[in-house]
Design a protein. Structure first.
Ligand SMILES: Cc1ncc(C[n+]2csc(CCOP(=O)(O)OP(=O)(O)O)c2C)c(N)n1
Ligand SMILES: [Mg+2]
Lengths: 329, 341
């Protein structure tokens, strides 16, 4: 039987809709999420269906969006708070890091914050410095948080539902470029994907690519091309970038002994650097080549002008080249 | 109206006008006294090297206790801040629990010794957990009120904070959110005139913290923070407004921090003994006792009973907390995330 094909953002909307109808404690809040349905239309139709009490247009104030969400979560609700762009989460960083992440711990398990924060991230959309960034590394050193970054519509639906049902705070980063670019089959039924589990997106024998988000698709394209040259690529999609699925990373590294770590975030201190440390600690002697990292340059953020943006952003050709180099090592 | 003789002047019975019985005002006083005596004991324990840190409530008990009595103590949600000894006692925390908190022992209901003293939390009492970065609790209180509104639950969400803290972005964001959504929140600023060493003049350019209310389109009011009856009346009025659907209120309790900021502070580097001594003349614990005596509610016998009972309770609680075990060191790994099964 043919499954319906949805875009990445349609999968977001479907997951929200299903969770809201399944559990009356789930509600959506954020800037322009109501009548407008979100600036990207992720909450399209929800306002009409569930009303202004459960699809709440908030004042333009991110710390309040996170902080009010935390309070509502402590009351027993399951807020899904939207940050219009992940770049604008920083005013809420104190609420996320000092409050949401630590509430269970500091209250010795009495209080908890079952909140999901959705935030569009990523470059390649002519967004300039402040509508293009990858923010995951800022939060990926904060025990108490979970950070999810899906790459496909199937994963979007299953992971967003799991995030909403999770009893701890989850940051759910959605790639803006993927919103309409990436389409895929999404079952109509209710399913969840466990948080904290990476997924093998392609099985191969020569080189392993460990990545997440839009870069999964860059890796898949490169792998298709390289297959014609006889190079077999193994691709692990992290899906949850904090805490990392260590076993899956070790297993994927061992599989081929040659590892390319790929992110569109700036390089130093990025999530893939932690993956490199995990591999080095656990299976260094299974490697046949030095670990390679491909990432954006260590410059503040992606410029707006086309050629500059292009220069900053990781490119599919670079991914292909790095895999080939490793295969030939 | 009952009038009683106090020295030369006739003192009006003010609590009857507020609908408060003699027993209720005595209970208010008892909670204020508990807070004061516990605080005094904590300083002794600190100076004796038994506890590493004290954050003090002295000078703010009246506002705290009066406020708690103005709320529904069976139903409302509260987010007290680190000086709120009087509030948490009136809200149901025991002296023993307070001592366990200050000794950071496993049985401390706020955090099992994970947090510094005064970072109150008590789920059973609908008391939110708060952290050290100031004013982060304000949006949480708004979230409680938002959730209650969504669920159709009739309750009030109450939050306390200092006047220095009223400059934080979270104060502003929370106040604005609550006002826009007409949520049943009471923001109460305990203005003790200092934020560590920095006085009011260097914190706000407006005359009163409550002046800020108008900017959010909410009701604002300042009151004498040395008077528990004024606090009671102000909070009761704010709670009534909230229940009527009239939205949040910003209250300001004008009081004075009688002790240094914490046991690590030396307040004589930025204020004078004379100033502190002057403030002590208006100390609410003393003036309220004098009021209660003057209207014939607090008798010598009753006062002595209260003092004795509180002292015994503090003695027992101190012994208990001092000898109680710390949490198991292995527990540092627990409750980072939900533990299934
Ligand atoms: C965000 C933040 N900045 C600084 C501090 C350090 N600090 C703790 S209490 C305090 C003063 C608070 O003054 P106020 O709000 O007036 O409350 P009070 O202690 O006087 O009751 C400061 C600066 C802090 N805890 N949080
Ligand atoms: Mg102060």
């Amino acid at each position: 039987m043919q499954l319906p094909v949805l875009s990445y953002i349609e999968a977001v909307t479907q997951a929200l809709d299903e969770e809201m109808s399944r559990d009356e404690n789930v509600f959506v809040m954020g800037e322009d999420v109501g009548k407008r349905g979100g600036v990207f239309q992720a909450t399209k139709g929800l306002y009409d269906k569930y009303g202004e009490n459960r699809v709440i247009d908030t004042p333009l104030a991110e710390s309040a969006i996170a902080g009010v969400g935390i309070g509502a979560a402590m009351y027993g609700m399951r807020p899904v708070a939207e940050m219009q762009f992940s770049d604008f989460m920083l005013p809420a960083a104190n609420q996320i890091i000092s409050e949401a992440a630590k509430t269970r711990y500091r209250s010795n398990n009495e209080w908890s914050v079952p909140m999901t924060i959705r935030a569009p991230f990523g470059g390649g959309v002519h967004g300039g410095l402040y509508h293009s960034q990858s923010m995951e590394a800022i939060f990926a050193n904060v025990p108490g948080l979970k950070i999810v970054i899906p790459s496909t519509p199937y994963d979007v639906k299953g992971l967003l539902k799991a995030s909403i049902r999770d009893n701890d705070p989850v940051i759910f980063f959605e790639h803006k470029r993927a919103y309409r670019l990436i389409k895929g089959e999404v079952p109509v039924d209710d399913y969840t994907i466990p948080l904290g589990t990476a997924d093998v997106k392609r099985v191969g024998t020569d080189v392993t690519v460990i990545t997440y988000g839009l870069m999964v698709h860059y890796a898949m394209q490169a792998a298709d091309k390289l297959a014609a040259e006889g190079i077999s690529t193994h691709i692990l999609d992290l899906r949850t970038v904090y805490p990392l699925d260590k076993e899956a990373i070790i297993e994927a590294a061992r599989k081929t002994g040659k590892v390319l770590l790929l992110t569109e975030d700036t390089k130093e201190g990025s999530v893939i650097s932690e993956a490199a440390a995990i591999i080095a600690e656990n299976c260094l002697f299974d490697l046949d080549a030095p670990i390679r990292r491909l990432a954006a340059p260590d410059a503040p953020a992606m410029p707006y002008a086309g050629p500059l943006e292009h220069a900053f952003m990781v490119k599919p050709e670079q991914v292909e080249k790095e895999i080939r180099n490793l295969a030939e090592f | 109206m009952i009038k009683a003789r106090s020295g030369e002047t006739l003192v009006k019975n003010r609590h009857q006008n507020l609908g408060l019985s003699d027993e209720v005002v005595l209970s208010m006083y008892e909670n204020m006294l508990k807070a004061r005596r516990v605080d005094e004991r904590l300083w002794l324990l600190n100076r004796a090297g038994k506890i590493p840190f004290v954050v003090s409530c002295q000078g703010q008990e009246s506002a705290q206790v009066g406020a708690a009595f103005g709320l529904n103590r069976e139903k409302d949600y509260v987010a007290p801040y680190y000086r709120d000894f009087g509030f948490v006692f009136a809200w149901g925390m025991t002296i023993k629990e307070m001592m366990l908190n200050n000794f950071a022992k496993a049985e401390d209901p706020s955090s099992a010794g994970r947090q510094m003293p005064g970072h109150f939390s008590y789920r059973k009492l609908r008391m939110l957990s708060h952290s050290s970065p100031v004013t982060t609790q304000n949006p949480h209180a708004v979230g409680i009120a938002l959730a209650a509104k969504i669920k159709g639950d009739d309750l009030v969400s109450f939050v306390d904070f200092g006047e220095g803290s009223s400059n934080q972005g979270d104060f502003h964001e929370a106040a604005n959110f609550a006002a826009v959504h007409k949520l049943p929140v009471i923001f109460m600023c305990e203005n003790n005139q200092y934020a560590i060493s920095v006085g009011l003049k260097h914190q706000l350019a407006c005359a009163h913290v409550s002046d800020r209310a108008i900017g959010y389109g909410m009701f604002g009011k300042s009151f004498d923070g040395n008077d528990p009856l004024a606090a009671y009346a102000a909070v009761k009025e704010a709670a009534d407004r909230a229940h009527r659907g009239e939205g949040p209120t910003l209250l300001e309790a004008n009081c004075y921090r009688l002790m240094p900021h914490t046991s690590d502070d030396n307040d004589m580097t930025y204020r004078t003994k004379e100033e502190v001594n002057e403030a002590k003349k208006h100390d609410g614990v003393l003036t309220f006792a004098a009021y209660l005596r003057s209207v014939g509610v607090l008798t010598e016998v009753r006062e002595k009973e209260m003092e004795d009972q509180i002292r015994n309770e503090i003695d027992e609680a101190t012994d208990y907390a001092e000898n109680a075990p710390f949490a198991d060191p292995d527990s540092v790994l627990r409750y980072v995330y939900e533990e299934k099964n």
